[in-house]
Design a protein around this ligand. Sequence first.
Ligand code: MAN
Length: 211
Amino acid sequence: MRLARAADATDKAVELAKELAKESAEAVGGDAAAAEGAVSWPTEAEPAAASTAATAEVDEEIRSLEADKRVADTDKASAEKDSTTDFGPDSAFYPLKDKCVELKIAQYVYKVCPFENARQDHTSLGLFSGWKDGSDYSIMEFTGGQQCWNGPSRSLTLTLECGSEDKLVHIDEPSKCAYAARMTTPAACDREAANKLRLELGEPASVKDEL
Ligand code: MAN
């Protein structure tokens, strides 16, 4: 929608630029016909007042279009990223996109942004690299974080549990520079409820387990 609006706005601006160029060319005694064909700007040292106003109006329109374009570019990049991200069955975990949760433990503030990255203060604990194999969309993996002194590159696993709010509830470091976090989120409740039901019905806990 925004892209369509930006395209509309661009057409309008081109029309406006042509009109204004024509007016300003007339105002400074230029060739109006030539101005309409190729948008040409007056080159006089002291342009007429009308020409200055027209230039300001076009400049303003250009600034506004540039702002529209930046928004459209950001939307496009975000849509492209979304199309390659696995938000789980029926996109159950889409609500966690653009969310971040924090927890302070001892001297560190941990910040996890589920489909983005994980941090310990300013130290990267990795970027979201996918769902842990066989975890049935319950564990997210973050890899390629800041190199540990004499050790591996930092990484983190995030276990998602059903809960009434998006909240980081625990983080520890079971082995040096490999962190394990747990967060609660309503987004995990459907999956947990479905698994519970399957269990009660005596069926395997998840489709994946059947494979
Ligand atoms: C920092 C922190 C710790 C980590 C050490 C490893 O102090 O990132 O979590 O164990 O570095 O040197």
